[in-house]
Design a protein around this ligand. Structure first.
Ligand code: 5GP
Ligand code: ZN
Length: 117
């Protein structure tokens, strides 16, 4: 059921503490931790504690939590001393989504010149 923990979900296991992560920020509704395979000097993931398969479905079901992901992304970037950063929401396997628990990537710490947009 939407919002319920999923037994096969790596991010639900990070929320429950079953898988360790380098957590940098916590709120009642979100968790922010460092990506295990960083693509930039700062590479963080901000996730809702509740399970939704992607950002759009999270926003439809829990708009307040979706907004909080963005607030926490900005705060976490600030904690790392970043004025500039990039947020990425991959949705679907063809877009590169590999973990089907909503999350936003926070990337920065070097000039980010590559990209589609
Ligand atoms: P996606 O490709 O789904 O947008 O992003 C998933 C991200 O989760 C990837 O960048 C990947 O490196 C990261 N990731 C996958 N498993 C783990 C894990 O167990 N711990 C952490 N910290 N990051 C993970
Ligand atoms: Zn999950």
């Amino acid at each position: 059921m939407a919002g319920e923990p999923q037994a096969d979900c790596v991010f639900c296991k990070i929320v429950s503490g079953d898988i360790p992560a380098t957590v940098v920020r916590r709120t009642d509704r979100t968790l922010t931790f460092r990506d295990i395979n960083p693509q930039a000097p700062t590479h963080l993931l901000v996730i809702p504690r509740v399970h939704h398969p992607n950002a759009a479905e999270l926003a439809a079901a829990e708009p307040g939590i979706a907004a909080e992901l963005l607030v926490e992304a900005g705060a976490a970037a600030g904690d790392d001393g970043l004025e500039s950063y990039r947020l990425i929401f991959n949705t679907g396997a063809d877009a590169g989504q590999t973990v089907f628990h909503a999350h936003v990537h926070v990337l920065g710490g070097e000039p980010l010149t590559e990209g589609l947009v």
